[in-house]
Design a protein around this ligand. Structure first.
Ligand code: VGL
Length: 197
């Protein structure tokens, strides 16, 4: 049996209520993700947390021609993981969007502290199956899931552990549909953990 990894996407202060790019109910993903992280570690799996980690000047931001207000600037409180998120010892952090030209929506574009890609890290641990939750459904979760599928991972999206930006009201629903069409399974966290036994 290959180990499973939990990929926690961008559960950072700026994407949670009160943050610079708050996703509505963004903090509601934390409880199921904490449960999943604990269970995955107990089963010998890996927990990976991605973070948006932008330089102060980047084409990702509106004032430099991009789409978004300033958020998740490297080293700021807004870029920190939400204080209620419990990352287990040994969790791997992947930073993305670190370049001045780089949106960094997908965790597969990021690097760990030792410079590895997410794909290299997962392979090194023998991971074939990914549970994915976090923020935001219609951007970084979507992009990370589609990349994971392209890389050949089996992917389960944790439907109660994601929330979307929804610039258009149905963006998250469409993103979920797209992830499913490309081969992701959609399961509530507790079902996914049962299924992983
Ligand atoms: C995200 C919008 C802009 C995300 C990042 O983490 O999904 N969304 N930057």
């Amino acid at each position: 049996m290959y180990p499973t990894a939990l990929l926690i996407v961008d559960v950072q202060n700026d994407f949670c209520p009160g943050g610079a790019l708050a996703v509505s109910d963004g903090d509601q993903v934390i409880a199921p993700l904490n449960r999943a992280a604990q269970t995955i570690v107990q089963r010998g799996g890996l927990v990976v947390a991605s973070r948006d980690w932008h330089p102060p000047t980047t084409r990702h931001f509106q004032q430099y021609g991009g789409q978004w207000p300033v958020h998740c600037v490297q080293g700021t409180l807004g870029a920190a993981f939400h204080p209620d998120l419990r990352l287990p010892d040994g969790a791997v952090i992947v930073s993305k969007g670190t370049g001045a030209e780089d949106d960094g929506y997908s965790a597969f574009e990021g690097r760990t502290d030792d410079g590895s890609t997410l794909d290299e890290t997962l392979r090194a641990h023998g991971v074939r199956r990914l549970l994915v939750g976090g923020l935001a459904t219609d951007y970084c979760v979507r992009a990370s899931v589609l990349d994971a599928l392209k890389h050949g991972y089996e992917v389960v999206v944790l439907t109660d552990a994601i929330r979307g930006v929804n610039l258009q009201p149905d963006d998250s629903a469409r993103a979920l549909q797209e992830m499913q069409t490309h081969g992701a399974r959609l399961l509530a966290t507790d079902e996914a953990l049962r299924d992983d036994n």
